[in-house]
Design a protein around this ligand. Structure first.
Ligand SMILES: Cc1ncc(COP(=O)(O)O)c(C=O)c1O
Length: 373
């Protein structure tokens, strides 16, 4: 049979490597109990109000979506204030879908996009998908964005600079001072993409406030997700906030019915579930503190995180071996090679029971391997 013609450019696009699933690890190791600390999901399930809203909307499962998009955008506009209207918002099938739309909208005719290494791999993958050049700037010695070097990497053909704050996988934020200095110097034609998927976990008051720049009409697009703090990763809802003219332009890359009313109504309901949102956030903040002190007790170097995960520099046995030993004992964590960090793992914050079981197992593994504190 003759082979179909493959697009050679598409074959250069790296595949996104997702965190290992519970099912996969259960089958591979024959384990009963698996703790998944690999994909930065909510440790406390979803909001009961969101589930109720989704179940009610299931009665409309035979119809194309028609109500959820406008009402979620209106609700977000009311919640954010600042004079924003629904025209400042676009809803995506997760933040990933919006990243796709934004990259598609601006990467054409030999453009380049600037991004860090290490950061969320989709910026690189999508830029390559749409034929753009990736200008990859290493983090500095403290795992922070090197914003001066990122500015120096830009030229007349730069379309987007991807900033992720808190950054996945380091958990570090861009500060207000850093961002103000950056915004003074960034060329006006460059879209500044602020990926704030982990925004709800930030406690550091020096964190950059990006929405003021959107309000001023600068070329800034802010991305948020319902997958993390709202516990709706499986329903796929994210949104972007941008000056109306930019949002209207990016809308051209939107696929019809990209997200279901079932998902969007659940997302809207989750915004009103104060009890869930507080429980979710408190669980993560407590777990994050616990992880940081436990890693210090084990003499491991952890990067101080503002997100719902912590990156830990692997001890001498190496990140790959450590990940494997933890997997064999039923704990799924993320080895960070595909995120651009060569010898580190990322651990998502779970329930306190999961966190303590993880630390106990980690301690045991380190002792057995002769690298205990
Ligand atoms: C930094 C960052 N941006 C975007 C996403 C995508 O989120 P979503 O589930 O909303 O597509 C993730 C998910 O891991 C992420 O870590």
């Amino acid at each position: 049979m003759t082979k179909p013609r493959f697009n050679p450019d598409l074959l250069t696009v790296p595949l996104y490597v997702a965190g290992r699933s519970i099912q996969e690890i259960r089958e591979k190791y024959g384990l009963e109990k698996i703790v998944k600390l690999t994909s930065n999901e909510s440790p406390v399930g979803s909001s009961p109000l969101a589930i109720q809203a989704a179940l009610e909307m299931m009665a409309e499962a035979h119809r194309y979506p028609g109500v959820g998009d406008a009402s979620l955008r209106r609700k977000l506009a009311e919640r954010f204030g600042r004079g924003f209207t629904e025209n400042n918002f676009l809803i995506g099938n997760g933040a990933t879908d919006l990243l796709r739309m934004i990259t598609q909208a601006f990467t054409f005719d030999g453009g380049n996009n600037v991004m860090a290494d290490a950061t969320f791999p989709m910026y690189h993958i999508l830029t390559t998908t749409f034929g753009g050049e990736c200008r990859v700037v290493p983090l500095d010695g403290n795992h922070r964005f090197n914003l001066d070097a990122m500015l120096a990497a830009m030229d007349d053909d730069t379309r987007i600079v991807f900033l992720c704050t808190p950054n996945n996988p380091t958990g570090l934020v861009v500060t207000q001072d850093e961002f103000d200095r950056f915004m003074k110097r960034v060329p006006e034609h460059v879209i500044v993409l602020m990926d704030e998927s982990y925004y709800d976990y930030v406690t550091d008051s020096s964190h950059a406030e990006s929405l003021g720049y959107v309000e001023q009409g600068r070329n800034v697009i802010v991305l948020r997700s319902f997958s993390k703090a709202s516990g709706l990763a499986n329903l796929r809802v994210g949104y972007m906030i941008a000056p109306a003219e930019l949002a209207e332009y990016v809308r051209h890359a939107l696929l019809p019915f990209n997200t279901s009313d079932i998902a969007m109504c659940a997302a809207a309901a989750s915004m009103d579930d104060d009890e869930y949102n507080e429980l979710q956030r408190n669980t993560v903040l407590k777990g994050r503190d616990y992880f940081e002190s436990s890693f210090a007790d084990l003499d491991l170097q952890a990067i101080p995180s503002q997100a719902n995960f912590v990156a830990v520099i692997a001890p001498p046995l190496g990140a790959a071996r450590l990940t494997e030993l933890l997997l064999q004992r039923g704990f799924i964590v993320r080895e960070l090679t595909t995120f651009g960090m060569k010898n580190a793992i990322r651990v998502s914050v779970g329930t306190m029971e999961e966190n303590t079981a993880f630390i106990k197992t980690l301690k045991h593994v380190l002792e057995t391997e002769g690298v205990a504190a």
